[in-house]
Design a protein around this ligand. Structure first.
Ligand code: RIB
Length: 275
């Protein structure tokens, strides 16, 4: 008889656990897989494709029973070669693997429309890294909404990297060069960077520049002013992905393969003018 080697472990590859979005996601994966007696091996890829590949090799050598990938850098060929069950989480991969993502395009339109509705007309967008599919989706949502409003101006697009460092500098630069009265940041960490930059120039939030982030991490409630955000159901995303993976490992049928969860607008002080 052939025995398939199992280890009761699963691998979880995330880009950067120091971004507070990911601890919540990881917590959910761990909570749910623990119920079924699996242990999670956590890997940080730092948004680097080489690290992703290395980790996949290591996870295979450890005979993990399945992998949850929060990445979108792997080529189709590479992921197809994986002979363990895989679930894609948060960042869609161009593949038929089961997936759990949130509505990135819709969320970006919602954020942009919200800034418009509170009176902003020169709305800038801080993009996430362009190799990340959901950063591109958010950019498209912003662009389409701006075009529909007749406000599109490519000078208002600021390239960010989903991290705090650089974002502040990039926003300082943009504020010096362009007239900007609203900022939609592609994630909350960058919204914090934008807030710092705006305040450093002596401008008021939201009166001079309104700011909205994306993710819904607790940090947004701890800034002054508190930051508005598009909140993703982070824990739920992780929990659904974990359940899908366990089912796949245990050979159970999946009722639904691709999940796109809704996001919601959380309005706080950074976009509340005179209310
Ligand atoms: O803040 C980290 C970002 O990367 C999140 O918006 C999440 O969706 C991820 O892809």
């Amino acid at each position: 008889t052939l025995f398939k080697k199992t280890s009761k472990t699963i691998g979880l590859i995330v880009p950067d656990i120091s971004n507070p979005f990911f601890p919540e996601l990881v917590r959910a994966v761990e909570d749910v897989t623990n119920i079924y007696d699996y242990t999670v091996i956590l890997c940080n890829s730092d948004e680097k494709i080489e690290k992703e590949k290395e980790y996949i090799e290591v996870l295979k050598q450890k005979y993990v029973d399945g992998i949850i990938l929060t990445t979108n850098q792997l080529e189709l060929a590479e992921v197809s070669e994986l002979d363990v069950p895989v679930v894609v989480l948060d960042r869609p991969l161009n593949h038929s693997f089961p997936s759990v993502i949130a509505d990135n395009y819709g969320g970006a339109r919602l954020a942009t429309r919200h800034l418009y509705e509170i009176g902003c007309r020169r709305i800038a967008h801080i993009q996430g890294p362009l190799h990340v599919v959901n950063a591109v989706e958010r950019f498209k949502g912003y662009r389409d909404e701006m075009q529909e409003l007749g406000l599109w101006d490519e000078d208002l697009v600021i390239l960010g990297n989903y991290q705090l460092n650089q974002t502040k500098e990039a926003v300082l630069q943009a504020l010096k060069e362009h007239e900007i009265d609203g900022i939609f940041a592609g994630n909350d960490v960058m919204a914090v960077g934008a807030l710092k930059a705006v305040q450093q120039l002596g401008l008021r939030v939201p009166e001079d520049v309104a700011i909205i982030g994306y993710d819904g991490i607790p940090l947004t409630e701890m800034t002054t002013p508190e930051l508005s955000t598009i909140s993703q159901p982070i824990y739920e995303m992780g929990a659904i992905a974990a359940r899908l993976l366990v089912k796949k490992i245990e050979g159970q049928p999946l009722e639904q393969i691709h999940h796109v969860l809704p996001v919601k607008l959380v309005q706080r002080q950074s976009t509340s003018k005179g209310e």
